[in-house]
Design a protein around this ligand. Structure first.
Ligand code: NAP
Length: 267
């Protein structure tokens, strides 16, 4: 088995990455950052997002495992003091995995140049640099609404606890194969009207957003921005690729949500 260690630059993460590297080499595991079977990230959920984009052309061959150097994360099951247990699990690995949906993004440009395709694990947002974003929103090619406001956030189930939650979207169990659209600061009055609440669509439907103005839009896919050319339309659907995690332990999704956002005192 070949393992890549993908760490952020924090001193704590680097120390954990070094201990992990030493433990794996001592256990006879090959370290290979170019052609890995498993990518272990060291940092936070943001580090795992970066690793997924780094290996996005190999998602069908790679499983991910995350060590969090802070609190328990949404994509990170292991804590920094559990390196020895993780090394033992990697050595005993028998291919166990769990997979979750990703978001496919297709961007068409107003100048007719070739369209771009991208993937997101958490979400994609479209906003305007300044002023109100005006855009027509289509669901499965039918005009649904004309949006006016700060922007729109289209998220995956695992991304529903990230930006989506901050803008009032629902938290979705990641076993749903669905995508969610949440509004960011919509204008709703007697003249301009949108649904005004998040909506969730199934895997065989898609959302198309056509901004009225093709310039000064900011399109984000997780932490990456797509910029430089005037945007005609963006189409969002569930990606054929899924992210795969090496599931050596199982943390119930709602326990993770409780621990991250509620953290009630236990007696
Ligand atoms: P960042 O601004 O450094 O961190 C964003 C925060 O979101 C971090 O605390 C990160 O956790 C957390 N996070 C990432 N994925 C999550 C998930 N699926 N569920 C719950 N929390 C999650 O940016 P970054 O580290 O590069 O991450 C990019 C992400 O930031 C975007 O995909 C977006 O979801 C999020 N974001 C949120 C807002 C907002 O809530 N208003 C605004 C912009 C971007 P860790 O500390 O474990 O890394």
């Amino acid at each position: 088995m070949k393992v890549s260690i993908f760490s952020n630059n924090g001193p704590e993460s680097k120390a954990v990455a070094t201990a992990l590297h030493e433990g794996l080499v001592a256990g006879g595991v090959t370290i290979d950052s170019l052609d890995p079977d498993i990518v272990v990230t060291v940092g936070g959920d943001g580090t795992l997002l970066s690793a997924v984009h780094h290996y996005n052309d190999r998602l069908d061959q790679v499983r991910f495992v995350g060590i969090h150097t802070g609190h328990l994360g949404f994509y990170t099951d292991w804590r920094d003091y559990e390196v020895d247990e993780l090394v033992a699990s990697l050595i005993e690995d028998n291919g166990q995995s769990i997979s979750y949906p990703m978001l496919a993004i297709r961007v068409e440009y107003a100048d007719g140049t070739h369209a771009d395709e991208a993937l997101a694990l958490n979400e994609s947002t479209i906003k305007k640099v300044s002023g109100t974003m005006v855009a027509d929103v289509y669901i499965k090619d039918e005009l649904f609404e004309s949006f006016r406001g700060d922007g729109l956030c289209i998220s995956t189930p695992t991304g529903s606890t990230a930006y989506n939650k901050s803008v009032g979207g629902a938290v979705l169990d990641p076993r749903f194969n669905a995508i969610q659209m949440a509004e960011i600061g919509s204008i709703n009055n007697i003249v301009f009207r949108t649904l005004g609440s998040p909506l969730v669509i199934p895997a065989d439907e898609w959302i198309r957003i056509e901004p009225t103005s093709s310039v000064d839009n900011v399109l984000m896919c997780d932490q990456l921005s797509i910029e430089g050319r005037p945007i005609k339309a963006i189409t969002y659907r569930i990606a054929p690729q899924r992210i795969q995690f090496a599931e050596y332990r199982h943390t119930h999704f709602w326990q993770r949500v409780e621990a991250s956002f509620i953290g009630r005192e236990r007696s």
